[in-house]
Ligand binder design. Structure first.
Ligand code: GDP
Ligand code: IMO
Ligand code: MG
Length: 449
């Protein structure tokens, strides 16, 4: 007999909620250091989705979607906002900079994105990023540079300071902004004072900020719902396709990433539950997105980085420039140690492998398969950055296919050497590859099953 009460079958005629958890949610997550092509994968799935939800991060994210030759970049808005038939939801785990949100919406409206404000729902529990959080982000970076000789290379979008306010329980949420404005103003002033005591150089025009926030609050109000109840209804009503769009990525996760060179939220699968109020039982497919090589923006260890002609070729051919900050991305070979690590945490049901086409001109392609410390393979991904900086990477080398793959739309249209490379990755991680990206636009994706 099972020790677990919940494993016993329900009595006839009794409907137990645990046996009928409702709709399953599909989650798309970055499996490297970000910019893997999550936006593109979400866009592909969003064409059929009823809801597309962001669960964490803020406008530090930059997700590119290319549809009918038009390129959109999304930062706070879920990439599914493009689909006029789906609802986009910004969950409680996201930190929202209101000027950034409206600027982004207005900019995309000029590109032809119609009616986005009517399709956007914002959780009343989401925390706010204020302008001064962004200023403090910059001050903290300067301080790190002065004290330690290096900074994190943040996006300066105020993400770290806003999540710090949340964790120290002095943060302000959407529900506070839409509630009693007098009370909100008092708490806002206290928060400013708190930061000014830490950073005496910080100047804030409090009255001007409050005036602007009041204006934003009225524009925001029609979009705001109780996020938990809204999600519960979506999960338990009629069959619905619900998609969660991860931002940032596994190696930038505050708990599992290359700490302290990480962002300030959980970018792994748990973030989907805590950032939207989704019970674990409702998590269905978890799709990991990885490039066919590796990139990283900002500072921090990067074992397979290629500071040579290979890295430069990947950077230029892959147009590896940050969507949010315009910084050049650092480039290197695919690292299967980090993909296996991301899989340990996320339990991927399938992988989307993007940017295979960028490797088309390579004579040979290397893949990192293991890390060695003092000549011995280690079975885990090191927590300590000093260790990660020193690991020796063991590579497997593949011959390049030297063929243009950008027109391939089916598996059998790929060269045998490219198929070999993909099979090796899939076998090594132990997760099937469901999509292979061979170009920027929506149709440049080979679907395997
Ligand atoms: P995200 O942050 O994970 O959504 O990714 P980004 O949008 O920051 O960066 C991915 C970049 O690669 C974007 O410029 C995409 O248009 C581009 N991209 C995505 N998939 C492919 C692909 O399969 N091939 C090529 N050539 N470009 C791609
Ligand atoms: P998407 O969703 C790439 C990196 C920054 C910096 C570190 C901390 O487009 O994949 P932060 O501003 O979050 O405090 O910066 O994290 N970073 C990203 N790098 N893609 C992202 O998002 C990123 N979001 C944060 O470059 O190193
Ligand atoms: Mg990006």
């Amino acid at each position: 007999m099972s020790l677990y009460v919940n494993h016993q079958p329900a009595a006839t005629g009794q409907k137990r909620s645990r046996n009928d958890p409702g709709n399953k949610v599909t989650v798309v997550l970055g499996a490297q250091w970000g910019d893997e092509g999550k936006g593109k994968v979400v866009d592909l799935l969003a064409t059929e989705a009823d809801f597309v939800c962001r669960c964490q991060g803020g406008n530090n994210a930059g997700h590119t979607v290319v549809v009918e030759g038009k390129e959109y970049d999304f930062h706070l808005l879920p990439s599914g906002i493009i689909n006029s038939k789906s609802i986009s939801l910004i969950g409680n785990g996201v930190v929202i900079h209101l000027p950034g949100l409206f600027e982004e919406g207005d900019k995309n409206e000029k590109k032809g994105l119609k009616g986005w404000e009517k399709r956007l729902i914002v959780s009343d529990r989401a925390h706010l990023v204020f302008d001064f959080h962004q200023v403090v982000d910059g001050l903290q970076e300067t301080e790190r540079q002065a004290q330690e000789g290096k900074n994190i290379g943040t996006t300066r979008k105020g993400i770290g300071p806003a999540y710090s306010s949340k964790a120290s329980r002095t943060g302000l949420r959407v529900c506070d902004l839409l509630g009693d404005f007098k009370d909100f103003s008092m708490r806002f002033k206290n928060l400013v004072r708190q930061y000014q005591s830490m950073y005496p150089a910080l100047t804030v025009d409090v009255e001007d900020q409050l005036k602007k926030l009041k204006e934003y609050s009225e524009r925001l109000r029609p979009m705001v719902r109780d996020g938990v109840y809204y999600m519960y209804e979506a999960l338990h009503g009629s069959p619905k396709k619900i998609l969660v769009e991860g931002a940032n990525a596994a190696l930038l996760d505050i708990d599992f990433g290359t700490y302290p060179f990480v962002t300030s939220s959980n970018c792994t699968v748990g973030g989907a539950c805590t950032g939207l109020g989704i019970p674990p039982l409702n998590i269905g497919d978890v799709f990991g997105v990885s490039k066919a090589y590796t990139t990283r923006v900002g500072i921090g260890a990067f074992p397979t980085e290629q500071l040579n002609a290979v890295g430069e070729l990947l950077q230029t051919r892959g147009r590896e420039v940050g969507v949010t900050t315009g910084r050049k991305r650092r480039c290197g070979w695919l690292d299967l140690v980090i993909l296996r690590y991301a899989h340990m945490i996320n339990g991927f049901t399938a992988i989307a492998l993007t940017k295979l086409d960028i490797l088309d001109v390579m004579d040979e392609i290397k893949v990192g398969i293991a890390y060695k410390v003092n000549g011995k393979r280690i079975p885990h991904f090191p927590a300590n950055m000093d260790v990660l900086h020193k690991v020796e990477v063991e590579y497997e080398t593949f011959p390049g296919w030297k063929t243009d793959t950008s027109a391939a739309r089916k598996w059998n249209e790929l060269p045998a050497k490219a198929q070999n490379y993909i099979h090796f990755i899939e076998n090594h991680i132990g997760v099937p590859i469901k999509w292979i990206g061979v170009g920027k636009s929506r149709e440049c994706m080979i679907q395997m099953f």
